[in-house]
Write a protein that binds this ligand. Sequence first.
Ligand SMILES: O=P(O)(O)OC[C@@H](O)[C@@H](O)c1c[nH]c2ccccc12
Length: 262
Amino acid sequence: MNRIEKVMRRIKENKEKAFIPYFMAGDGGLEALQQRIIFLEETGATAIEIGIPFSDPVADGPVIQAAGIRALQEGTTLKAVIQTIAGVRPIVHVPLIIMTYMNPIIAYGIEKFIEDSCHAGIDGLILPDLPIEEETMVTSLAEKFGIEIIRLVTLTSPLERIREISSKGKGFIYAVTINGITGARSRFDEEAVEHLKRVKSVSTLPVFAGFGISTPSHVEEMIHYCDGVIVGSKIVEFFSENNLSAIKELIRAAKIKRTIKQ
Ligand SMILES: O=P(O)(O)OC[C@@H](O)[C@@H](O)c1c[nH]c2ccccc12
């Protein structure tokens, strides 16, 4: 069974909450990629989302864009990221999810990418520019190699579409809680909470909230209305400042109870 599916089952059975940190692969070099994966697992991350640097990241806000540029300047390639993940996989147990746009995958070759990802122990993919109408070009292969596709729903997704998206896959739904790009926000509108309630009411999959969650109190507030939260820009920022204790604080705010060892 895919690691994401296993963890989602455990969360459901034990009524656990979850925390998924995101960071950019190659920001700080490839050794940092390994060290950060190990650190985030030790700190209690439920799963880890790893970004692939790309020159035209349409959904990324300024902090993640800047991290992507730093990573590209370090010479980071998709191939090297996959190899680095393969190197650390034997000592890491949490699910590892790659977040990338379609362009780098198409350049690499979709089939080769899925196959290499599977062999590297990558468990899931987040592909924000792949609409469900077009997704079979990836999903048929992903299914064959046991890789989960994590689908996004936004504030503007109609209920019917949310229902349809939740009926696909076995991982979780990524509920985007703001209109716009990734990045820190000072507060959330009522709309974000209403959105999470709506998604929860129709989804058969666990619902994870992401975009704009930037402080321990945001984590505490949002996690109430969903099964877990995803934090990106703040993690990227704290890693680049080497402020590991701030990352620990964010993860602790999710109050993940682990009743079963992974
Ligand atoms: O940075 P934020 O606002 O905390 O949001 C999470 C996000 O960074 C991460 O999941 C992500 C980074 N780039 C994306 C593009 C699309 C969807 C999601 C993402």
